[in-house]
Design a protein around this ligand. Structure first.
Ligand SMILES: Nc1ncnc2c1ncn2[C@@H]1O[C@H](COP(=O)(O)OP(=O)(O)OP(=O)(O)O)[C@@H](O)[C@H]1O
Ligand SMILES: [Mg+2]
Length: 467
């Protein structure tokens, strides 16, 4: 996968979702490719080459987070996003910056687990069906669910010697027949709505209030979890539909089929080699003067973040994780502070600087319609579920883009996010009445857009609240 993704292909993929911002797209594409290039070097050389981190500079709502998120998705890399300002809040202490790495590991492990669960899905479904069958038409007690330990030991379970005696009886033949019928009806999904009683593990946390010192939390150890896993699992009986039972049992079987140790190892490896840490609002911790009040000083936070970005080992509950090869993307508007206001060591760690530009009216027009998840497509799809076919004329799109640009200039520039608030307003009436009068075709043109927005746009006070 990674192998085929050359920078040009990566940019082409990002183009499907992100309009303009070519420079930023190129930078992340190269950073990603460099990881692959590095992975092909001899170990000695490889260790010497640290990944180059990226600093994205640009106003709000122009695609900084979106680019990072799409990139991560594209290569299936685990990613976390943190706000740098979080670490300046009262109550945080330096070591808490480790928490972002722990979160990344959790994310990576969750991804690995989901993939493995999907890989055993078919097998789990099969096993679940067998269990359903046993619940609906149990075999006689003797040979049923609770096997005689000696029987197990000597391999007597299914066709064990002493259990053969009644297999010729009429009752047994009948049962076998019934089971065969049920098996067929189950597999052809004829009885999904019928009820069945199943036993499931009760996963609701035992009532344990744990007050732990901050030190324990720092290690990422959840006492509740540790104690919970020491208590015996509680089994709960539930009456559910066959369909729901199938789902629950398949889940349980899948859990049994995957090896959690392997999942953890793979998750850690992925976090270390592919992980992306997105640090937002980095400009808010730039500046070297120490702020007054109880806040942790901004420089202090930079110094706390530094070792993680430089490469260090963080303890997690799954073991040590090194941050040496993770990709860090920092982002900020840098309206007041400049990148040069960051401490020199941190500046050096983010050598790739890219500037994202304010979006133009033309960009807005394209953002509305072109991306694979374009806003207009989203709203059209939503309304289609009510049999309303909405169509936007070109001049309606122009009008929305124009209004967004205008409101951004007059009020506050919130970038592409403005498109959402405006479109919401444009479609307010239609969204409200949709479905009331059966299927409909609605054409939205410039006049309609103007009509919906006119009063608000003209009234400054009102638009501050509504748009
Ligand atoms: N260039 C773009 N192309 C397509 N959609 C965009 C673009 N820029 C922003 N958007 C849309 O606007 C929304 C906000 O963008 P994003 O989260 O990337 O903002 P940001 O640059 O990270 O801003 P902030 O500094 O506030 O975090 C996203 O949901 C995205 O869909
Ligand atoms: Mg953002």
């Amino acid at each position: 996968m990674l192998q085929e993704l050359r920078p040009r292909q990566i940019v082409a993929e990002l183009d499907k979702y992100i309009i303009a911002q070519e420079e930023a797209k190129r930078a992340v594409a190269v950073a990603l490719r460099n990881r692959y290039r590095r992975s092909r070097l001899d170990p000695e050389v490889r260790e010497e080459i640290m990944p180059k981190n990226i600093l994205m500079i640009g106003p709000t709502g122009v695609g900084k987070t979106e680019i990072a998120r799409r990139l991560a998705k594209l290569v299936n890399a685990p990613m976390v996003k943190v706000e740098a300002t979080k670490f300046t809040e009262v109550g945080y202490v330096g070591r808490d910056v480790d928490a972002m790495i722990r979160e990344l590991v959790e994310t990576a492990i969750r991804m690995a687990k989901t993939e493995r669960m999907a890989a055993v899905e078919d097998k789990a479904q099969e096993l679940a069906e067998v269990r359903l069958l046993d619940l609906l038409a149990p075999l006689p007690k003797k040979r049923g669910a609770a096997p005689n330990p000696f029987g197990l030991l000597f391999g007597l379970r299914e066709n064990g010697g002493q259990e053969m005696e009644d297999t010729d009886s009429d009752a047994f033949t009948e049962l076998k027949l019934r089971r065969e019928q049920l098996r067929q009806r189950l597999s052809s999904r004829e009885m999904e709505d019928e009820l069945v009683e199943i036993e499931v593990e009760d996963n609701s946390a035992p009532m344990l209030e744990v007050f732990s010192g901050a030190g324990v939390e720092e290690m990422g150890i959840n006492l509740q979890e540790v104690l919970g896993s020491m208590l015996p699992k509680r089994i709960k009986k539930r009456r559910v539909t066959v369909a729901a039972g199938r789902r629950l049992l398949a889940q349980e079987e899948a859990q049994k089929l995957i090896d959690m140790d392997e999942v953890v190892t793979e998750g850690i490896e992925r976090a270390e080699q592919l992980g992306i840490v997105f640090i937002d609002e980095i400009d808010k911790i730039a500046g070297r003067e120490s702020s007054s009040g109880p806040d942790v000083s901004r420089e202090g936070v930079q110094r706390d973040i530094l070792p993680i970005v430089e490469g260090s080992t963080v303890m997690t509950k799954y073991g040590p994780v090194t941050t040496d090869h993770m990709l860090f993307i920092a982002a900020g508007a840098f309206h007041v502070a400049k990148p040069s206001d960051l401490i020199p060591e941190l500046q050096g760690r983010f050598p790739i600087r890219v500037e994202l530009k304010s979006l133009t009216e033309e960009d807005f027009r394209r953002i509305l319609t072109q991306p694979q998840n374009a806003i207009i497509k989203q709203y059209t799809a939503l309304l289609e579920t009510e049999s309303i076919k909405v169509e936007f004329t070109d001049d309606a799109i122009d009008e929305v883009a124009k209004t967004a640009t205008y409101v951004n200039q007059e009020m506050e520039n919130i970038g592409a996010r403005r498109l959402h608030t405006i479109l919401e307003k444009v479609l307010e009436d239609i969204s409200f009445t949709a479905g009331e009068n059966g299927p409909q075709k609605v054409m939205i043109d410039a006049d309609y857009v103007k009509h919906q927005l006119e009063d608000i746009v003209r009234n400054r006070d009102l638009s501050q609240y509504i748009l």
